[in-house]
Write a protein that binds this ligand. Structure first.
Ligand code: PRT
Ligand code: MG
Length: 206
């Protein structure tokens, strides 16, 4: 029997992935708060519960056959080594540029704080603008408030977090949702099992 391993992104994507998987009877059968590797109720499928930013790496190297991961993480990581057959329509948000209310671009080179240096570099390079990128690992909203950066590139959903910090969206870069990704070799070697799973998951999307 073919066995498949599906890497799930811990955190808010996991919270939205579980109901989707449950509708298919594929929920993890175990304590996924503690376990990093969890069986499913279905023989032949197991889950890895890992940090979102590690999912592309596991799937690329074939440590997982499939993964569920945000488009933001895929764009930052680079996704040439993966197939991306399904937009799951969960954990939807957008990637935007934000600044303090009343912001005006400085005369010098723009300073941009972000968790997404690659996406940010590409975004500004596409219109011939060179910016200074300040890599942060969280709480980007703070950077403009304390003068660390002029603007931030960050995810926005309701916009409440920006608003609470006196920031406004000045540009939308792209729409984000979670994607199902597949290891390229597994897609060949385990074709029938992966096809069947893709069809089931595709039919259960919100
Ligand atoms: O730990 P690691 O850095 O690996 O990941 P993480 O802690 O950032 O993971 P987590 O659990 O927050 O999940 C992040 C993933 O969820 C992202 O990669 C996106 O694909 C997806 N996602 C969807 C979001 C949001 N919506 C979102 N709103 N990730 C983050 N946010 C942030 C937003 O930046 C803001 O700070 O949530 C806050 C609330 O947003 P508002 O606009 O509703 O106030
Ligand atoms: Mg985190």
């Amino acid at each position: 029997m073919t066995t498949l391993t599906l890497a799930l992104s811990k955190g808010r994507i996991l919270e939205e992935s579980l109901p989707l998987l449950a509708r298919l009877g594929l929920e993890p059968a175990g304590d996924f708060d503690r376990l990093l590797r969890v069986p499913s109720r279905e023989p032949g499928l197991s889950f890895l519960i890992i940090r979102p930013t590690d999912v592309p790496t596991y799937v690329e190297h074939g440590a997982a056959d499939l993964g569920i991961v945000g488009k933001d993480v895929l764009m930052e990581h680079g996704s040439e080594a993966l197939y991306e057959p399904l937009d799951l329509g969960i954990a939807v948000c957008r990637l935007s540029v934000a600044a303090i209310q009343g912001y005006r671009p400085p005369a010098r080179r723009l300073r941009v704080a972000t968790k997404y240096p690659e996406i940010t570099r590409r975004h500004y390079a596409a219109r011939g603008e060179q910016v200074e990128i300040i890599k942060l690992y969280g709480s980007m909203e703070l950077a403009p408030l304390v003068g660390l950066a002029d603007v931030i590139v960050d995810l926005v959903n309701t916009g409440n977090t920006l608003k609470a910090n006196g920031l406004v969206e000045i540009e939308r870069i792209c729409e984000i949702s979670s994607r199902l990704v597949v290891n390229k070799a597994a897609m060949k070697m385990k074709h029938a099992a992966i096809r069947a799973l893709l069809e089931r998951i595709g039919a259960a999307r919100p």
